[in-house]
Design a protein around this ligand. Structure first.
Ligand SMILES: [Fe+2]
Ligand SMILES: [Fe+2]
Length: 209
């Protein structure tokens, strides 16, 4: 089958539209998180938004042969305009789950049926990424809901996402002792970017001993 007469052509455009919208929703949510002094959640939304852009680019790249044309599709897309970070995390988690478990799986199956194996592979692999997105949003939604975003039952490491300072404590400090960033900049060391959770970091308590 030729792509031009396939269902997959439309599904690629649907996916491009969905990814583009997700990227915008996460950018709005990142701004909302920042207004609420939750820089760490802003970073989660920013990172995810940039990954959605890459997904959009992958899907779009398969539509090259339709250069200069328009592809009409129907589709339904979420309206999530509530101005609370908790709700935005929850919606993001639900949308990612649906995208992963239903939408991209079925797009992958259709592409396979139509003989577009490479495109099917992309739908399945990106579905897996959306699952990871869902789990990441879920983790942060839970921490926020339980009041544990900056507090831990046991002593743990906290990293300032602005300057990289690490402190071991049950709570992230109100302000970073190095760069004075607010508590919202801290993330558990186990969830810090590019960091080994077991990494042996110098602790402030050791200083002067
Ligand atoms: Fe995506
Ligand atoms: Fe996603």
């Amino acid at each position: 089958m030729e792509l031009k007469e396939s269902k997959t052509k439309e599904n690629l455009m649907r996916a491009f539209a969905g990814e583009s919208q997700a990227r915008n929703r996460y950018t709005f949510a990142a701004e909302l998180a920042m207004q609420n002094n939750l820089y760490v959640i802003k970073k989660v939304f920013d990172l995810t938004a940039s990954q959605e852009k890459e997904h959009a680019e992958v899907f779009y790249s398969y539509l090259k042969e339709f250069e200069g044309m328009e592809i009409a599709v129907d589709g339904s897309y979420p309206v999530n305009t509530e101005k609370t970070v908790e709700k935005q995390l929850q919606h993001a988690l639900e949308n990612e789950t649906k995208e992963a478990d239903e939408v991209y799986r079925s797009f992958g199956d259709i592409a396979l049926d139509e003989g577009f194996n490479q495109i099917a592979g992309k739908f399945y692999m990106i579905a897996d990424v959306e699952k990871i997105h869902a789990m990441r949003f879920q983790k942060f939604a839970e921490l926020l809901k339980e009041g544990k975003l900056f507090a831990s039952d046991v002593k743990t490491g906290w990293m300032c996402l602005n300057c990289g300072y690490v402190i071991e404590s049950t709570n992230a400090p109100q302000n970073c002792p190095v760069c004075d960033s607010a508590q919202g900049y801290f993330v558990r060391l186990s969830m810090a970017p590019m960091t080994e959770p077991e990494m042996d970091v110098p602790r402030p308590q050791d200083l002067g001993k």
